[in-house]
Design a protein around this ligand. Structure first.
Ligand code: GLU
Length: 407
């Protein structure tokens, strides 16, 4: 089974188990599991050398009961159809958990973007936008960034889309640069939202952020801002890592230095190096997997020492690892809640774009806090009331909200 199939199976198993417990019938379960549309295409672009190259891509629109499909587009060499479908499925749950008027979708292209020139990357992004142009729209499907996609990529895609439809439609893409109708606070939003959720959890557990040790795996947009904002409110971020290597510092990692290294040398490394595997197994209070799927799995789950795990990546724990750690008593904040800050500020960007009226960064951050706190409270209450883990509670609440809108 490939990694994509694994994450798809995990998502479908938890939906099925939760739905069965809720007494839903088989046809309703199918409606929650099967994607409504799955667009698959080949994109051909001219490379700088003059030759043509073909790239495979998808846009999978999973469920639209609560509103237009919503979700990012990832550029990754290991992306497969099942992975995109799994992530689209998780978006349906995530948007429902966050209380957003959206369904779930996801896009992906099989590509190693680091191997493309800027011109090639732009042509590929535009080719993707032109392929999906006829199946997206501000009230149909609203794409956004995901792994390896940036505000600049969104600006190319939106530009291409607007040329095709012959009018402006800024709310069709979120995660845009602010100059093109993006929202202040969107870039930091996933990290910031995760921090709000972690702080809410600590307050329920009567714990404090000061001195609490944290290890963050992944130093992309999500991992970097989570680590930075967490250290600003007193957490001690003792380890971080990127796809190549990591840094451990018991007194707290110098995040500015790590970022500078990443920009200049391509890796965060300085001082005491640590591998990605070692980072996951550190004796810290909070482990934050913020990279890719299946990072905590049957091979390393028994070595995890953290008491709290915040799933900032999508699907970083396999189903097996999740069950093992939950049984052991580890408190796991599931991805569909922990990383919902990104799509929540995407929603705020969409609202601003539709209205043509823009908020200050403080207004955006304040609204994000209100929405994340509300999402957390509903899941926490369900978890306490039914004595079930947060993940199960999140899926239950989401499925309830989705099915109540399925006629
Ligand atoms: N790609 C992000 C996620 O997985 C953001 C999606 C969005 O803003 O639509 O949640």
């Amino acid at each position: 089974m490939n990694a994509g199939q694994k994450v798809l199976e995990s998502a479908q198993v938890i939906i099925r188990k939760t739905a069965e417990k809720m007494g839903l019938d088989e046809e309703m379960i199918k409606r929650l599991i099967e994607p409504e549309f799955a667009h698959e295409f080949a994109l051909t672009i001219t490379m700088d050398s003059g030759t043509k190259k073909v790239f495979k891509g998808w846009r999978i629109q999973h469920n639209s009961a609560l509103g237009p499909y919503k979700g990012g587009i990832r550029f990754h060499p290991d992306t497969v159809r099942e992975e995109v479908q799994a992530l689209a499925t998780l978006m349906s749950i995530k948007c429902a958990v966050a209380g957003l008027p959206y369904g779930g979708g996801k896009g992906g292209i099989v590509v190693e973007p680091k191997k493309l020139s800027k011109g090639e990357l732009e042509r590929l992004s535009r080719a993707f936008a032109s392929r999906i142009a006829h199946v997206i729209g501000e009230d149909v499907d609203v794409p956004a960034p995901d792994v390896n996609t940036t505000p600049e990529i969104m600006s190319w895609m939106l530009d291409e889309y607007q040329k095709i439809i012959g009018r402006k439609s800024p709310a069709t893409f979120t995660g845009k640069p602010v100059s093109m109708g993006g929202s202040l606070g969107r870039t930091e939003a996933t990290g910031r939202g995760g921090l709000f959720v972690l702080l809410s959890l600590l307050s329920k557990l009567n714990k404090k952020s000061e001195g609490t040790t944290v290890a963050v795996q992944g130093f992309g947009n999500v991992g970097y801002y989570f680590a930075k904002l967490a250290s600003e409110v007193g957490f001690k971020v003792v380890a971080i890592s990127d796809s190549k290597s990591g840094v451990y510092d018991k007194d707290g990692v110098d995040l500015d230095r790590a970022l500078k290294n990443k920009k200049e040398k391509g890796t965060v490394s300085y001082g005491k190096a640590i591998s990605n595997e070692e980072l996951l197994e550190l004796d810290v209070d909070v482990l934050v997997p913020a990279a890719l799927e299946n990072m905590v799995n049957d091979k390393n789950m028994a070595k995890i020492k953290a008491e709290i795990i915040v799933e900032m990546a999508n699907g970083p724990l396999t189903q097996e690892a999740y069950e093992f750690l939950a049984k052991k008593g580890v408190v796991i904040i599931p991805d569909v809640l922990a990383n919902a800050g990104g799509v929540t500020v995407s929603y705020l960007e969409w609202v601003q774009g539709k209205a043509g009226y823009f908020w200050s960064e403080k207004e955006v951050n304040d609204k994000l806090k209100i929405m994340m706190d509300k999402a957390f409270e509903a899941i926490w209450d369900r978890s306490v009331e039914k004595k079930i883990p947060l993940k199960q509670a999140a899926f239950e609440v989401a499925i309830e909200r989705i099915t109540s809108a399925l006629v």
